[in-house]
Ligand binder design. Structure first.
Ligand SMILES: NC(=O)C1=CN([C@@H]2O[C@H](COP(=O)(O)OP(=O)(O)OC[C@H]3O[C@@H](n4cnc5c(N)ncnc54)[C@H](O)[C@@H]3O)[C@@H](O)[C@H]2O)C=CC1
Ligand SMILES: O=C(O)[C@@H]1CCC=N1
Length: 275
């Protein structure tokens, strides 16, 4: 991380913004991180001298205090609370501070309306694997932001995984696939573990084997660069056991279920953005 981003304030360091902060805290050299929450305590920050944490329940000015001279300000609260939080800290922002929203649905225009004109404002959609440097984040820069804002976002997010700029109108769809996606994968892992146990494997065996299988399948896909359909066929002997499973998936509507889930998530993100 360059000298640009020496002090990072993370306001609302919960599941998502906390995952980002965790990654930044692990860098060498690490930035100074100032976390705020409502009342909860981010246990991962215990004992880290470059990470401070103040709950607004204890210190009502915690957000404004954290922003003073910060190079980056991450707004990590829930969508319904984020415009109020942006307004609360607007006057305390250091000149040139990069303001990063992670809120689902909430539009740049709504955030820009309460921030100083020309603020370096960016809307992002990260996912929780950023905590281990394997996230995938999309971002859109506010129309009035200074030149170079885009490069600052790339630099800030580079240690958290993949990052790419996306038209703001596509961020809700990206959220439905990639922001929420880890939850879908964990739901699949849970269901596969249950299925394994129902076929006689022990819970411990299933817990070990299922994530290793998924990690291996993804690594094979990524390292060969082959199409998933091609790799699927490679596993599926005609008339064999895999074909029996894939037939059952078609019969039970797996693809339709995934499409319906992604559609529901996109629609819900748009709703959240309208408040
Ligand atoms: N959880 C996820 O995987 C993802 C979440 N997001 C977005 O991240 C945002 C937060 O979601 P989560 O992290 O899941 O929720 P969360 O509830 O874990 O985090 C919100 C945090 O804000 C704190 N907070 C509440 N009021 C505050 C205030 N006035 N000042 C400072 N902190 C305050 C809470 O104590 C909590 O730590 C949402 O806008 C969501 O759309 C985006 C991408 C993925
Ligand atoms: O569930 C949510 O609303 C957020 C947005 C993407 C992931 N979590």
């Amino acid at each position: 991380m360059s000298s640009h981003h020496r002090v990072i304030a993370v306001l609302g360091a919960g599941n998502m913004a906390g995952a980002l902060a965790q990654r930044w805290a692990s860098l060498d050299p690490a930035p100074e991180l100032r976390l705020t929450t409502g009342s909860s305590r981010p246990a991962w920050a215990d004992g880290l001298t470059h990470v401070s944490h103040v709950p607004v329940a204890d210190v009502p000015s915690a957000n404004v205090d954290a922003v003073a001279e910060a190079d980056v300000v991450v707004l990590g609260v829930k969508p319904h609370a984020i415009v109020a939080l942006a307004g609360e800290i607007a006057d305390a922002l250091a000149p040139g501070a990069l303001v990063v929203s992670v809120a689902g649905g909430v539009r740049l225009a709504d955030l820009a309306s309460v921030l100083p004109a020309g603020a370096a404002l960016v809307r992002t959609m990260p996912n929780t694997p950023v905590a281990v440097g394997r996230g995938v984040t999309a971002f859109a820069v506010a129309p009035g932001a200074p030149a170079g804002t885009n490069a600052r976002v790339h630099e800030l997010f580079a240690p958290t995984g993949a990052v790419e700029e996306l038209d703001e109108d596509l961020i809700d769809a990206f959220s439905a696939v990639v922001g929420s996606g880890p939850a879908y994968v964990y739901a699949v892992i849970e269901a596969m573990r249950e299925a394994a146990v129902s076929q006689g494997l022990s819970p411990e065996q299933a817990a070990r084997m299922v994530p290793a299988m998924i990690g291996g399948a993804v690594a094979y896909l990524e390292s060969t660069g082959r199409e998933p359909g091609d790799l699927r066929v490679e596993v599926t002997s005609p008339g064999g056991s895999t074909a029996a499973a894939l037939g059952a998936f078609v019969e039970h509507g797996l693809a339709e279920a995934l499409a319906a889930g992604v559609g529901a998530a996109t629609a819900r993100a748009r709703e959240l953005g309208r408040g």
